[in-house]
Design a binder for this molecule. Structure first.
Ligand code: C2O
Length: 349
């Protein structure tokens, strides 16, 4: 049977394993405000398609709106499920053992990473996050940007996130990875690598992950994950690289204040950095790009995938149950990604 939406009434404290394997409880709880009024998402044809831009190509107007909307989201009451605080907690709850899979005895945690729910879960998460931001500035056409790190034009920390006076800033990032430092999509490349070499290594990695290592849906999405399964059956190509290294590259080095590479370097805290959502916009875009590469690149068709469902609060603070099958075509959700040059695609293996 498909993974079912969690039972919010049984949400418990989240946990994280420290480097020695000890289980640490996260304080306070990551559980969302409770509601038992759940509506089912009803697919409808959108009246227009919003175009999400590459972060390096945003207009001044788009940047100003994004900063203002994020500022307002940060200013919401912590108990409001639409607040930045609670939005960050969504990730912690779905990824750090706050929920058990419904109807499974003995209990088995719900984990949306390292398996085929990775792409659809994050797509829905971003969908509502973007809707909430739009509502806060009363702009139905609001769009968020994607961090275009798969192309040389986007291979640094985007400047709009690096302004300490802006709502998009996070003080606990790796301070070495600011300014013109080239992102390492395979975090751990030797320090003596030149920028030119690193850019080429990044492009090679993108081609490998999007083409060579993603010839089948299973390779791209990761392993099947259904009710009763042990979490983390196996990540797909892109979830592994470059998705995970970007988290670690942005987050702090381990220290007494940041033992888990906060914020970006751990599931429980990643959503506290606004760049998390911009990173995942690109992951989401890469899903669309992959499907356009070949007619064989298709979404899984098994009902256990299509019927899997999650819960999110929408822009009106209404709890909504969404199904994987309703997010597979992003234009039916009312958005697409701006087309930008894809340098890695031109590569021959
Ligand atoms: Cu839910 Cu980038 O992780």
């Amino acid at each position: 049977a498909p993974i079912e939406s969690p039972d919010l009434s049984t949400c418990k404290k989240s946990t994280v394993a420290d480097p020695d394997g000890n289980i640490v409880t996260i304080e306070p709880t990551c559980c969302p405000p409770y509601s038992d009024k759940i509506v089912d998402f009803f697919p409808s044809t959108p009246s227009r398609i919003r175009v999400r831009p590459a972060v390096q190509n945003m207009t001044n107007d788009q940047i100003a709106k994004y900063k203002e909307a994020t500022k307002r989201m940060r200013a919401l009451d912590k108990e409001d499920p639409r607040s930045f605080y609670q939005q960050a907690m969504v990730h912690c709850a779905y990824c750090n053992n706050a929920y058990d899979q419904v109807g499974v005895i003995p209990e088995q945690p719900l984990q949306i990473h390292n398996g085929w729910l990775f792409f659809p879960f994050h797509r829905w998460y971003l969908y509502f996050y973007e809707k909430i931001l739009g509502k806060l500035i009363d702009d139905e056409d609001f769009v968020m940007p994607f961090w275009n790190y798969d192309d040389p034009a986007g291979m640094t920390l985007p400047a709009i996130f690096d302004d300490p006076t802006s709502s998009l800033y996070d003080p606990i990032r790796n301070q070495e990875h600011r300014g013109s430092t080239i992102v390492d999509l395979n975090f751990g490349t030797p320090a003596e690598t030149t920028d030119t070499e690193l850019i080429q290594l990044n492009l090679d990695l993108m081609y490998r992950q999007m083409v060579t290592n993603s010839k089948t849906p299973k390779q791209f999405f990761g392993e099947k994950y259904v009710t009763g399964d042990t979490p983390n059956p196996g990540a797909g190509s892109v979830e592994g690289l470059p998705h995970s290294p970007i988290h670690v590259w942005v987050g702090s080095e381990p220290s007494p204040e940041t033992p888990f590479r906060e914020n970006m370097g751990n599931f429980y805290s990643a959503g506290r950095d606004p760049i998390f959502y911009c990173h995942h916009m690109n992951v989401d875009r890469l899903w669309n790009v992959w499907k356009d590469i070949s007619p064989r690149n298709r979404d899984p068709r098994r009902p256990e995938f299509l019927e899997a469902n999650f819960l999110f609060y929408d822009e009106n603070a209404q709890l909504v149950r969404v199904k994987v099958k309703d997010c597979l075509n992003s234009s039916l959700l009312g958005y697409r990604y701006d087309s930008v040059p894809i340098a890695w695609m031109e590569k021959t293996p």
